[in-house]
Design a binder for this molecule. Structure first.
Ligand code: GTP
Ligand code: MG
Ligand code: ZN
Length: 357
């Protein structure tokens, strides 16, 4: 048995669920997404779920089907052990990447997450450019990013690595830990509490499952030694899974990702690269690509040593991916438009509030 609050239910989902409730559906949260079936948590306990024919038929885009962390409207049968999934409740947040195949489509990694632990190992895996890529995706998701540097036992200069991460953005949360000698683990607990969902992402072999097992207090997830030849992981975790912690809070384990292509808007990219935005408004051309234009303030800043060469190169790479997406799908233009209007509405509200004072 679960209570919904423990599973992360709140006013947002209560509102979104209202019409489903009227239709007599129960609320469930997706814990595991397999190819054709799901493990669903409901107030009645665990159930195996399948999508209704109508849901499958009416859904054009795979990213709109249930994913780990999603809230869904279900009807239960067989002693509440089976569930038909009728609808996916509007998501509060979602972490996505561009699907690894040739198609320009979205792949949702996890839904309704509050925090993402971006895990890197303090061995050869440590890579600032990859971190900038993940970070942009997390900003896009709406969740809070926390950088978790694991395997501190293998690293003689942990502080240097932390300050390198802080150089991306000073206010970024960075925690160095070792799942092996258990140092720093207590610093992870500050993010965990009842109803909060945390997703772990990062390359294969960085220790995501090992860390989750440690926090769970049991060997729930399989883990595997990395290859000695090139320090790469063996892709041990093969599906996404949400688990509940004994003292409250939820963690989502994900398979290590080989590539992580952008499914992000320019404004999420700007959050990772704060200073670029500041310079870019000074560029002579509004659609400046910051590569060759005269009057480009970004290039000027690069020349003046205000922007690091490596960071500039990665920005351009990600910027190119974002631009490509914008030309292939109007989703991001829509999102930006929505965000703009949301801000305008906020401004209007604030204006009238101030006036009333
Ligand atoms: N030295 C050291 N090894 C660690 C640490 N944490 C995990 N490992 C080892 O790293 C290897 C990979 O760990 P996993 O937890 O399977 O990695 P993962 O990120 O879940 O990998 P995938 O499931 O393939 O994505 C295992 O042999 C762990 O014992 C650590 O803090 N220090
Ligand atoms: Mg794993
Ligand atoms: Zn420019």
């Amino acid at each position: 048995m679960f209570n919904l609050k423990q599973l992360g239910w709140n006013n947002f989902f209560e509102n979104e669920f209202e019409s489903y409730k009227r239709q007599g559906f129960s609320a469930g949260r997706i814990a595991i997404e397999n190819k054709t079936n799901y493990l669903v948590y409901t107030e009645a306990g665990e159930a195996t779920g399948e999508c209704s024919g109508k849901l499958m038929f009416a859904t054009e885009d795979n990213s709109d089907l249930p994913k780990a962390g999603d809230w869904v409207a279900v009807s239960l049968y067989d002693n509440n052990e089976k569930a038909v999934i009728h609808e996916v409740v509007n998501r509060h947040t979602k972490l996505s990447r561009k699907s690894p195949d040739k198609k320009v489509s979205e792949q949702v990694i996890a839904a309704n997450i509050d925090i993402v632990f971006i895990v890197q190992a303090l061995d050869d895996n440590f890579n600032i450019n990859r971190l900038e890529r993940y970070l942009t995706a997390v900003y896009q998701s709406g969740a809070k990013p926390v950088v978790v540097l694991n395997k501190s036992d293998l690293c003689p200069d942990v502080e240097t690595k932390i300050s390198k991460v802080k150089k991306i953005k000073d206010e970024l949360d960075v925690v160095a830990v070792s799942a092996v000698d258990k140092t720093g683990i207590s610093n992870l607990y500050q993010y965990i509490s009842e109803g909060v969902t945390i997703a772990f992402i990062g390359s294969s072999g960085v220790g995501k499952s090992t860390l989750i097992n440690l926090l769970l207090g049991e060997e729930h997830f399989k883990t595997n030694a990395i290859r000695e030849s090139d320090s790469r992981g063996k892709h041990t975790t093969t599906h996404r899974e949400l688990v509940l912690l004994p003292d409250g809070g939820m963690l989502i384990d994900t398979p290590g990702m080989r590539g992580f292509l952008m499914w992000s808007s320019q404004s999420s990219l700007n959050k990772t690269f704060d200073e670029f935005g500041e310079f870019a408004v000074e560029c002579h051309f509004k659609d400046c690509t910051h590569i060759h234009e005269t009057g480009c303030a970004v290039l000027q800043a690069l020349n003046d040593g205000l922007i690091e060469e490596e960071r500039y190169r990665n920005y351009l790479k990600l910027h190119k991916e974002v631009k490509y997406l914008e030309t292939k799908t109007d989703k991001f233009a829509e999102l930006e438009e929505k965000r703009k209007w949301k801000n305008i509405h906020k401004e209007i509200k604030r204006y009238f509030k101030d006036k009333d004072k």
